[in-house]
Design a binder for this molecule. Structure first.
Ligand SMILES: Cc1ncc(COP(=O)(O)O)c(C=O)c1O
Length: 365
């Protein structure tokens, strides 16, 4: 057991009261509270529409389906990161191809994207890595617009982040969020899609509910869908956190301020006022650092890798991805849950500085 675990969520007792009240109300399926959570999320992101679903991964698959992407269609994804993004697309039979990342942001490099687009490319999926919402995303969105390619914005980790006053998730044709445990708002599991397109909203609403919005009333379906709906218990849990999102972000900021003050450019940062979801450092000796942290009771992990290293995606190593390989080799993920206190951050930094492992300056990676 670690004294400081990797990702411990944080809730106020009042959240449990809300969930309890929802259960006692008897309204536990997809209903008015689910609709209210979707409406409030859309308003928060300043998007026209929001559809809730069972996870961020499912949201990504639904985004591709709603955009009309078909098995065999080529979609470009970042070469480094969590498997959920590429899996959500490959699971549908799409053909992902990898684009190297920008080494300082962890996000798809717009320059590399331009080189990887072919006449076969049917879409692009940008991941707002650890919340990053900035220039890389703006440029990727511009490239997609110029090439008439739909852009799926995987903002699973980026709820609350903004760039130039525009919310994460609203730069793409469709944006998605995740409500899994590590996220700023968590329902245990869950996901959301946001878009400004009435047509896509309609398609998504049909896809998550058996293919037809009126089938319960008409006893007839006009399309094929499935059941990927959310429910009012989870929505009550999400809603109360959305109402407290500023407080939740403030907690994160206080902890990140300690890392930033003590590590300066040696801790990964993202643009804007909201800190990254993860706490990431780079060292030439990641194994030794993880071991040392463990001895100090602190969890630290080497997480994520160049996606073509996963056996199902070995065929995607048609070229080298040096920036993705750099992250694979040198990144160490430190504790980052919302339960983290500033004293924990001080202990973690102290352990980093006594570990004997050189930390790399991110500006000069
Ligand atoms: C960037 C990114 N995309 C997609 C997902 C998938 O979300 P979920 O775990 O809700 O399926 C995650 C989850 O961690 C993620 O970090």
């Amino acid at each position: 057991m670690y004294n400081i675990p990797l990702c411990e969520p944080w809730f106020e007792p009042s959240y449990a009261e809300k969930v309890r009240g929802q259960i006692l109300s008897g309204q536990i399926g997809p209903g008015p509270v689910t609709m209210e959570f979707a409406r409030r999320l859309a308003a928060f992101a300043k998007a026209k529409y929001c559809v809730l679903t069972t996870s961020g991964t499912v949201a990504l698959s639904l985004a591709a389906l709603a955009l009309g992407l078909k098995p065999g269609d080529e979609i470009l994804v970042p070469a480094y990161g969590v498997v959920s993004t590429i899996n959500a697309l490959a699971f549908l039979g799409l053909k992902p191809r990898l684009v190297d990342i920008d080494q300082t942001t962890g996000c798809m490099s717009p320059h590399e994207l331009e080189k990887r687009i072919t006449p076969q490319t049917r879409g692009v999926c940008f991941v707002n890595f650890s919340g990053y919402t900035g220039q890389n995303l703006v440029q990727v969105a511009q490239i997609c617009r110029a090439r008439h390619l739909p852009l799926i914005e995987d903002a699973a980790c980026a709820l609350g982040h903004k760039f130039w006053g525009k919310s994460a998730g609203t730069f793409g044709t469709i944006g998605i969020y995740s409500f899994s445990v590590p996220k700023i708002i968590t329902c245990g599991q869950g996901g959301a899609l946001i878009t400004n397109s009435a047509t896509l909203f309609r398609k998504l609403s049909q896809l998550i509910d058996q293919g037809d919005l009126n089938w319960r009333r008409t006893n007839l379906i006009h399309g094929i869908g499935s059941n990927f709906r959310f429910n009012d218990i989870l929505a009550a849990f999400g809603l109360v956190q959305l109402g407290a999102i500023d407080k939740r972000i403030t907690r994160k900021k206080a902890v990140f301020a300690v890392f930033k003050k003590m590590l300066k450019r040696k801790i990964f940062q993202v643009p804007g006022a909201v800190p990254p979801l993860h706490q990431i450092v780079f060292t030439p000796k990641p194994h030794s650092l993880v071991k040392y942290l463990k001895r100090c009771g602190i969890s630290g992990v080497r997480q994520y890798r160049t996606l073509s290293e996963h056996p199902p995606y070995a065929n995607l190593s048609d070229r080298k991805f040096p920036a993705a390989d750099f992250w694979t080799r040198y990144a160490v993920y430190l504790p980052f849950g919302l339960a983290l206190e500033t004293q924990d951050a001080q202990k973690i930094v102290k352990a980093l500085l006594t570990s004997g492992c050189k930390l790399l300056d991110i500006e000069n990676l």
